[in-house]
Design a protein around this ligand. Structure first.
Ligand code: HPA
Ligand code: ZN
Length: 319
């Protein structure tokens, strides 16, 4: 039995497996520039975040209808459930779809066709987090937030993803203020490829409650101390870090040092179709390569629920 866990860093578009990509391409008459799934898989050799993002955005061309988004989400939920995921806070990238002429309603309604029945069908509770693409303008992010107003009952929070370096959190100050005023929870990717200063800025300027990745905090001891003191959760993604070369090898991942420092770490899959595994696979990988004992693995699983947006304020305050 896999450990029950929550998944807090998962891009739904990053769960598009090659087989489903070809199935949707055929259904929608979209021509992919790969002969077959083998050729596509061979393209999954990434040098850095940008080389991954290029393929990630390219493959989204196959996602066109509500049914496509429903099928994508159901495929993820089934896989996640089989690996012990009981709760998933799921990112999606509206601008990557609206830019292709797929409207926000199609995306949200399609995802909801799966998420709305996920507890019954998969035993997984879900929340949706709408991410802004940080390499697009702040105006585009604000327009996206405006366009999401009719769907806010289905959206728990906002996030920030895509190419990090050169796009500091401060660029999105106003849109995060507006999101907070709408009652949305706030997270942001920071310190994956970008410097530790981006983590500090995400906390101070965007008011995030949780940091996605946050790996590079380890370069700044004062920041580590603050993250520990304020119990700010970090959503780490070990297999992603290896594939995108944020770390040299899995064995060199700083997760054990981060736990030893007292950081509230969680383990997640990021873009599992591209990075070699789902949540349970990431747990298995850190167990095998980092020598984490059962107690540490249980701590990671417990952290995932503590760091989630499920109601548990009292529990968290008591720690
Ligand atoms: N980092 C930033 N943006 C992303 C990622 C990631 O790992 N996955 C999908 N969008
Ligand atoms: Zn991510």
């Amino acid at each position: 039995m896999p450990l029950p866990k929550a998944e807090l860093h998962l891009h739904i578009e990053g769960t598009l497996e090659p087989e489903l990509a070809f199935e949707l391409a055929a259904r929608n008459g979209v021509k992919l520039p790969y002969a077959d799934t083998g050729e596509l898989r061979a393209a999954y050799a990434f040098q850095d975040l940008q080389s991954f993002l290029n393929l990630y955005y390219e493959l989204m061309a196959v996602l066109r209808t509500e049914r496509d988004f429903e099928d994508l989400a159901n495929a993820y939920l089934a896989r996640a459930a089989a690996q012990g995921v009981r709760h998933a806070e799921i990112f999606f990238d509206p601008q990557a779809h609206t830019a292709r002429g797929v409207d926000l309603g199609t995306v949200v309604e399609g995802l909801w066709r799966a998420l709305g029945h996920s507890e019954q069908n998969h035993g997984v509770s879900t929340q949706l987090i709408m991410c802004f693409l940080r390499d697009e303008s702040a105006e585009s992010a604000m327009e996206t937030l405006e366009a999401a107003r009719p769907y806010l009952d289905r959206i728990t929070g906002v996030g920030l993803d895509s190419a990090e370096v050169g796009h500091p959190p401060v660029k999105f100050r106003e849109v995060y203020e507006a999101a907070a005023a709408l009652g949305l929870r706030r997270v942001a990717h920071a310190g994956e490829e970008g410097p530790p200063e981006y983590i500090t800025e995400a906390l101070d300027v965007l008011g995030v409650e949780r940091v996605d990745h946050g790996l590079r905090c380890m370069e700044d001891p004062a920041l580590v101390e603050r993250l520990v003191r304020e119990r700010i959760p970090l959503t780490l993604c070990p297999l992603s870090n290896v594939r995108l070369r944020a770390v040299d090898t899995l064995e060199a991942h700083p997760l054990p040092a981060m736990l030893d420092a007292g950081l509230l770490c969680t383990v997640n899959s990021d873009d599992p179709a591209y990075f070699g595994g789902y949540a349970g696979d990431n747990f298995d990988a850190v167990r095998a390569s980092l020598g984490l004992g059962e107690e540490r693995l249980r701590e990671l699983a417990r952290n995932s629920f503590l760091a989630s947006f499920l109601e548990h304020d009292e529990e968290r305050r008591a720690r």
